[in-house]
Design a protein around this ligand. Structure first.
Ligand SMILES: Nc1ncnc2c1ncn2[C@@H]1O[C@H](COP(=O)(O)OP(=O)(O)OP(=O)(O)O)[C@@H](O)[C@H]1O
Ligand SMILES: Nc1nc2c(ncn2[C@@H]2O[C@H](COP(=O)(O)O)[C@@H](O)[C@H]2O)c(=O)[nH]1
Length: 187
């Protein structure tokens, strides 16, 4: 069976880092989503996101879309199909609202991975170290989406696999176990 590893959790918990590890280590492609937020230094259109204007964002057809900290984000069926053409195991990085939608739409095809950290103060530090602008960090940390995504939504409890991503070495070991399990279950 084809599976999507849905990587979710609060900003800075390491979702993109996990998705990059899955791609580099296991050739698991990431579904590229769409956003209206400005590019961060080093980001590339079509690689990190499809960067959209409000008008171009509205012209796409989405499986799900959300507003996160004032910007729009959305993922399409076409993106999912494109990734499934490359591999039976793919990943996507979503906020918790998107993760809930994926779980309800894709059912057992969605493997939900919820990332946390031991101390939320670490998130601010990580965003600063990533090079995010201070103003952007402040408005993000004040957003209701930030507070919401710190906690696993009720309907994903007992469903999601939770990783506390404090120690990258330990996280890698958990990811290796998870990928092995998914690869074994799909043969
Ligand atoms: N275990 C870890 N220990 C220390 N730093 C980490 C760890 N995991 C990720 N990071 C770093 O934290 C920063 C944020 O990680 P990342 O961009 O993957 O988070 P994210 O959850 O995708 O954030 P956002 O939702 O804002 O896009 C990056 O600079 C990354 O290198
Ligand atoms: N529900 C969706 N959430 C998405 C999508 N693409 C990204 N995201 C999530 O948005 C926030 C902010 O992302 P950032 O890159 O600006 O830091 C984060 O939680 C992402 O996981 C999407 O298509 N749908």
């Amino acid at each position: 069976m084809k599976h999507v590893i849905v990587i979710t959790g609060a900003t800075g918990t390491g979702k993109t880092t996990v998705s990059t590890y899955l791609k580099t280590e296991y050739q698991i492609p990431r579904i590229i989503t769409h956003t209206t937020r400005p590019m961060r230094p080093g980001e590339k259109n079509g690689i990190d996101y499809y960067f959209e204007t409000d008008a171009s964002f509205a012209s796409n057809h989405y499986l799900e879309s959300v507003t996160y900290a004032g910007y729009q984000y959305g993922s399409s069926y076409e993106g999912l199909e494109r990734a499934f053409k490359k591999s039976d195991l793919v990943s996507i990085v979503l906020d918790t609202k998107g993760a809930e939608t994926y779980f309800h739409e894709l059912k057992e095809q969605a493997f939900i991975l919820f990332l946390t950290v031991g101390k939320t103060v670490m998130l601010h530090e990580r965003l600063k170290d990533r090079g995010d602008q201070l103003e952007m960090i402040r408005s993000r940390i004040k957003s209701k989406e930030y507070s919401r995504d710190l906690t696993l939504p009720e309907d994903l409890r007992g469903i999601a696999t939770v990783i506390q991503n404090d120690d990258w070495q330990q996280t890698q070991e958990r990811l290796d176990e998870i990928v092995l399990g998914l690869q074994t279950s799909s043969v």
